[in-house]
Design a protein around this ligand. Sequence first.
Ligand SMILES: CC(C)(COP(=O)(O)OP(=O)(O)OC[C@H]1O[C@@H](n2cnc3c(N)ncnc32)[C@H](O)[C@@H]1OP(=O)(O)O)[C@@H](O)C(=O)NCCC(=O)NCCS
Length: 156
Amino acid sequence: MRIRRAAETDLGELQRAIFTDMSLAELRAADERFNRPPDSLHIVAENDDGEIVASCNLIRETHRMRRHRAELGGFVIVPAERGSGLARRMIDYLARYARREWDVSILDVACRGGTAAERAYRGLGFTEWARLPGGYLDYDAIYDEVRLYRPVPPLD
Ligand SMILES: CC(C)(COP(=O)(O)OP(=O)(O)OC[C@H]1O[C@@H](n2cnc3c(N)ncnc32)[C@H](O)[C@@H]1OP(=O)(O)O)[C@@H](O)C(=O)NCCC(=O)NCCS
């Protein structure tokens, strides 16, 4: 399994394997926003057959007082690879990148409360710092918006 920066040429495979509800144009627009040096990074995990099995992005905050923070988004692992330790490897990859390139010391993420994602983030070392009751109106359900953070240790 290899974790690397996403490339323009990955968009078709990302659509086929991960973001099946999105059009290529939507994916291209998202990638332009989430994979733009110097302040954002979009990574993918590729299995030994060259298939993309996971995707995640990280955006550095730009406000002067928040430049030590970066926000995770779009974290998806294909069902067959969940629970395999890949989530931890991807977060570690992003944390190291954020510290090395941006000197970021806090990773931040938002998710729907009460879901497997919230439990996974806690399992990955994130701590809740805010909760907006009813913050997300999904198609047919209401969720709290939960925000969690994880400190990024200094590089060895
Ligand atoms: C969110 C997602 C990327 C997490 O990946 P995952 O492979 O399912 O995560 P893991 O199973 O490795 O869980 C991460 C850690 O949390 C722990 N964990 C997971 N569920 C847990 C639970 N119910 N209780 C306690 N710990 C739990 C795991 O043990 C693991 O820790 P470990 O590496 O020490 O074993 C994945 O579930 C996914 O793609 N979900 C669908 C898309 C989604 O909801 N994305 C989030 C948008 S914010």
